[in-house]
Design a protein around this ligand. Structure first.
Ligand code: GDP
Ligand code: GDP
Length: 438
């Protein structure tokens, strides 16, 4: 089940970053060799009560003049409307309502998305009256908080999560396998989706960025029912000169968050870029099902081992997700295009796989016998038992004497043992270690 996405929208300096940082809980466990993923604060994981959700930061450049602020905010609000399930509209209780606030309220109101109007910088209870004037925005009851003092955050989160139940309910009935195609502009995402659909649905052009926005297509095939999501082109970002770049990453991120299977598409002539690694790194961190497609294979001059060599190089660049399968296709000629959904279904089945507790524990105890956990500090981790608590992705909990005594290399060893014993190719898996008294 995809996590709800919450976006914070607001003028520069109202306190978006301060709030974001306050709410950002434990970061998603960072796999140390995932390139680039920690460097950028596009999203953070947060939780409140029984809910886990993802916060995305739609903020980009901070413009100077009022005109620019207004146009920038329109775009920011647009992204939030497209990508988020709930929007926190943050305003500044010290400066009062501004023209930009009115503009954005109007857009948000029209969108029919759940909006929580939050008045920040109400640092003292005596200042709560400052919030009342924001009723005039016409988007409901304002709630007063102080991000820097940490006041009112609980009440605000109550208002946010109140909208989640309906969203989560909707998704549970979804029997479609959601596939997100990501990759740089011009790698052939639209061409491939069109080829699969067998019709000219999206406009294909070789001007980079023509297929900007995510487009969903639904198809029923013998392999299953699919939603194909052709994402906005991800362009290489040069110091966020153009805020659109950031927006396209935010959009892509949201598409990945909602997808079951994430397909990274690469142009055979260009190879893989750092940006590709970063984007698919997000999917890896979310433990999604993942596959890699090398497109435009028709343009490559082939010798006996070309494909293997190519694959070996890519696997080296993407070594943090060695479970991902590769497919070499030509969306133009149709070569191996029929294998795309077949492979996606295979990844999905493993993403949805459940293993029996008995067999699982046999595998773990054999693994421990073969190689004992190392001593970390002064303790050696002891595993009492393990159980699979969920699918999409397969999630395992290990009950141990002391989770602190887990060495990351041993975690990796256990993951490899699981992967050797059960077929989890094409999917990430999650492992958690919890303390349990013997
Ligand atoms: P952003 O541009 O919207 O991300 O705003 P920032 O989070 O960078 O905050 C802008 C300024 O407002 C900073 O100087 C913060 O310290 C300050 N600020 C943020 N939250 C509060 C608050 O609750 N009360 C007060 N008094 N100042 C705040
Ligand atoms: P997108 O931006 O990733 O959606 O890429 P498009 O589908 O718009 O394709 C960009 C260009 O690459 C278009 O001119 C396509 O005709 C061309 N193209 C797409 N797939 C192939 C392929 O397999 N082989 C060749 N030679 N060209 C392709």
């Amino acid at each position: 089940m995809p996590k709800p996405i919450v976006a914070i929208v607001g003028r520069p300096n109202v306190g978006k970053s301060t709030l974001f940082n306050k709410l950002a809980g434990r970061r998603i466990a960072i796999v140390e060799d995932t390139p680039g993923v920690t460097r950028d604060r596009i999203y953070a994981e947060a939780e409140w009560l029984k809910y886990n959700f993802t916060m995305i930061d739609t903020g980009g450049i901070e413009p100077e003049s009022d005109d620019v602020i207004i146009s920038q905010m329109r775009r920011q609000a647009q992204i939030a409307i497209e990508t988020a399930d709930v929007i926190i509209f943050l305003v500044d209780g010290k400066s009062g309502i501004t023209p930009a606030d009115y503009e954005v309220s109007q857009m948000l109101r029209k969108s029919k998305k759940p909006i929580v109007l939050v008045v920040n910088k109400v640092d003292r209870i005596t200042e709560e009256d400052n919030a009342y004037e924001f009723y005039n925005l016409g988007i409901g009851e304002p709630i007063a908080i102080s991000s820097s003092q940490g006041l009112g955050l609980g009440d605000m989160l109550d208002r946010v999560v109140e909208h989640f139940d309906s969203i989560i309910g909707e998704n549970e009935e979804d029997e479609y396998i959601r596939i997100a195609f990501v990759g740089k502009p011009n790698v052939g995402k639209s061409s491939l989706v069109n080829k699969i659909l067998g019709e000219e649905r999206n406009i294909v052009s070789n001007i980079p960025g023509t297929t900007r926005d995510a487009i969903d297509s639904i198809i029923d095939r013998e392999e299953g029912k699919f939603v194909l999501v052709d994402t906005a082109g991800i362009r290489r970002r040069s110091k966020i000169k153009d805020e659109i770049e950031r927006y396209s990453v935010v959009r892509t991120y949201a598409a990945l968050e909602r997808a079951d299977v994430c397909i990274l598409m690469i142009d055979a002539e260009d190879g893989i870029s750092e940006q590709d690694q970063r984007i698919i790194g997000y999917a890896h961190e979310m433990s999604k099902a993942i596959m890699v497609i090398v497109n435009k294979w028709d343009l490559i001059e082939k010798e006996t081992n070309t494909m293997n060599e190519f694959k070996k190089n890519l696997q080296h660049e993407l070594s943090f997700m060695s479970y991902a399968p590769y497919l070499f296709i030509s969306a133009k000629t149709g070569q191996r295009v029929h294998k795309v959904l077949e492979m996606a279904k295979m990844c999905y089945d493993n993403y949805n796989k459940r293993v029996k507790t008995g067999v699982l524990n046999d595998v773990i105890s054999r693994a421990v016998t073969m190689q004992e956990p190392p001593i970390v500090g002064i303790r050696r981790m002891k595993i009492y038992y393990a159980t699979q608590t969920g699918v999409k992705p397969p999630t395992f909990i290990f009950f141990v004497n002391d989770p602190e005594a887990l060495h990351f290399s041993y975690g990796r060893y256990l993951e490899n043992q699981l992967r050797d014993s059960f077929d989890f190719s094409g999917t990430g898996i999650k492992m958690e270690f919890r303390e349990r008294k013997s």
